[in-house]
Design a protein around this ligand. Sequence first.
Ligand code: FES
Length: 120
Amino acid sequence: MERAEEIGLLQELLGLKERKALFLDEHTTTNLVGDYISETRFESERAGIFAAHPVMLAHGSELDGPNSFLRSNLHGRPMLLLRGDDGQARVFLNVCRHRGTRLVDADAGCQRRFSCPYHA
Ligand code: FES
């Protein structure tokens, strides 16, 4: 935002105080309470907004060396973030392909290999 625009908005807000008014617009709208607690709306917004665009799961510095890992969660899916020997960061589902057991329970650490705790 440009400095002049910021100053203009602040002047408008100060004008509200002087007029003892609550709103900049002459018209107000309301949102139904149901919009805030609707599972359907929540899922729709999660799919339409968050699942449709890249999401930052961690800062690169959080994987601070080869074989470092972080456990995370993305829209309810367990994720495992790793930095390989080659320095490349990668993301996997933190789920065994055999029967879906969670592979890593620790929040973070340094480990070169992972094996499933259920059937190894
Ligand atoms: S569930 Fe992981 S090896 Fe079977």
